[in-house]
Design a protein around this ligand. Sequence first.
Ligand code: FEO
Length: 211
Amino acid sequence: MIPSNILGVRQSKIKFCFALDFSVYFSKFACIIKINCYNMISPKLQDAINAQINAEFWSAYLYLSMAMHFENEGHAGIANWFKIQFKEEQAHAEIFMNYLNSRGGRVVLSPIEEVPVKWDSPLVAFEHTLAHEEKVTSLINNIYAIAEAEHDYATCNKLDWFVSEQVEEEETARGLIDSLKLIGDNGLALYTFNQELAARVYNVPAPLAEK
Ligand code: FEO
């Protein structure tokens, strides 16, 4: 028979070990919760990224509308350039959607507003493209500013690719505007311009290709 005082010591030892084990497990659990909480995107950034997803889809819709317009006008090369632009914008939306999901956020797809359907000339369409890309740049910069204020460096890191992409988009649009200004009313030069734009091909953007 085991003396009760020995049993008492054993029981208290068991209780102590159980309490110790439990506290270790609890602290590990609390640590996991804490890490997950810190890793999750804030509601403010989530809203800004959801708005950007909508803006990217609106951009895609705008460029698809331009493609359809120029196809209708007999400028198949210019239409091709805008069709690729349409695909790129959808890819941009997808990059943001993937990112939001990877951060435990929720993607909310809202309605895409109407886009224009007609442009007076290729020059007017590319000027519209540049103005639109400048607007998109300011939207990206705004999300960057929120991420920086929240010390959300993962989002800043993701946005770095978009910052460079916007520089490229604006530069391309400016170059095409310059070419069209030089072309003026020269039909042959416009024909060549159209042929050059027909050669554009779609490349999957790096953040999607890497996935
Ligand atoms: Fe998604 Fe043209 O910027």
